[in-house]
Design a protein. Structure first.
Length: 237
């Protein structure tokens, strides 16, 4: 480019009231091409998933229809299908969200250096999950009790590696003389079963305790009993 053409371009930029540095950066341009989901859409998807979780927990996959979910949200079936193309996709989204949170709460054992502290926190976290998101636990339990026909791949791909990592942590603790040697996989199954029961069997437990619903103190009492049994069998005297 010669000197005259540079002067002409600079002059044109001055006349338009801007400089050549006003042009958007390549990074900014790329962001403009890929907008983030609108807040309204995110909120609508969250509302649909929350209602679907309740319906799947109560009626199971086969007993739940998109019409039921849409009606509960004052939506048309067509409007719901705009967000989720079919019932399988919505069901999978719900299960993925449940598993995401569950696996996040499983991370404490691997990161823990002290077995007692790690297990107490893990058991407390599992019971908090049962209290705060019982419908999610119930959806997952229904799927597993049916043989996991729609979620087996996710369990194998995501839960199994997390379980194996926890077992390696227990084995490390055992080699260090911090815990007794035992079948650590079955130990984890026992913890899962006892903590998740306070979501899946909460109605029965409330009836047997003479209450309309389990209360915070019931979960706290369960936490003490479960932790006591687990640590009593695992920790060396």
């Amino acid at each position: 480019m010669n000197t005259r053409s540079v002067k002409l371009r600079t002059g044109a930029a001055r006349e338009s009231g801007r400089t050549t540095t006003d042009a958007p950066s390549p990074v900014a341009a790329r962001h403009d091409l890929v907008p983030a989901p609108r807040a309204a859409r995110v909120a609508k998807e969250a509302a649909i998933c929350a209602e679907a979780e309740k319906q799947f927990a109560k009626f199971g996959f086969e007993g739940t229809s998109l019409e039921q979910i849409a009606q509960a949200l004052s939506l048309s079936r067509h409007n719901l299908l705009y967000y989720y193309p079919n019932k399988d996709a919505l069901y999978r989204t719900v299960l993925d969200a449940v598993l995401d949170e569950w696996l996040t709460r499983m991370e404490g054992i691997v990161a823990g250096a002290d077995p007692e502290a790690a297990l107490r926190e893990y058991i407390a976290a599992k019971l908090r999950y049962s209290r705060e998101r019982p419908a999610g636990s119930q959806v997952f339990a229904r799927e597993v009790m049916a043989g996991a026909p729609r979620f087996r791949d996710a369990i194998e791909a995501r839960v199994l590696p997390a379980l194996n990592a926890d077992v390696k942590t227990f084995e490390r603790w055992a080699r260090a003389g911090l815990v007794r040697k035992m079948d650590f996989r079955h130990l984890m199954f026992t913890i899962w079963a006892s903590t998740q029961a306070y979501a899946d069997q909460s109605a029965q437990y409330a009836i047997l305790l003479g209450k309309s619903a389990l209360q915070a103190k019931d979960f706290k009492a369960a936490e003490g009993v479960i932790a006591g049994m687990v640590l009593g069998s695992l920790l060396l005297a």
